[in-house]
Ligand binder design. Structure first.
Ligand code: NAP
Length: 100
């Protein structure tokens, strides 16, 4: 669906990029995400947000923690490799959540 939308020149936005308030533990604690984060010296949240950006998707993370807000803006000093992008893509469970 994402490539189909992007081919039409429509920008996709990701709301709840970290799983949504109260539901972040599974994504932020994922072994694959954590390992990639360690490689780059960044947090799991930054890896997830960077993965979205590298797919041309606008991210709207929510945070009430000033340190997290700074972290979530600091996404432009590292780049995920094609292999890392593919590792994250392969976590897809073909589940449908909210689509608008
Ligand atoms: N209009 C709509 O239809 C619609 C639909 C969905 C979502 N939204 C909006 O989209 C935004 C995002 O939704 P959301 O906040 O539920 O989902 P989210 O961004 O996936 O998750 C937010 C959660 O992640 C934590 N977090 C954020 N940055 C972090 C970091 N760097 N490290 C660790 N934890 C981090 C936050 O805790 P801390 O506060 O402790 O950082 C919060 O618990 C919100 O503004 C929401 O209102 C709107």
């Amino acid at each position: 669906m994402v490539p189909f939308i992007q081919e039409k020149g429509i920008v996709m936005q990701c709301w709840y990029p970290l799983g949504g308030r109260g539901h972040t533990a599974e994504l932020l604690g994922d072994d694959t995400i954590e390992a990639i984060a360690k490689t780059h010296g960044v947090s799991s949240a930054q890896v997830i947000l960077r993965w979205d950006l590298q797919r041309g998707i606008v991210v709207i993370p929510g945070s009430s923690n000033p340190e997290h807000i700074k972290e979530n803006l600091d996404l432009f000093n590292f780049e995920l490799t094609a292999d890392e992008m593919e590792q994250i893509n392969s976590l897809d469970r073909n589940e449908k959540h909210d689509w608008y």
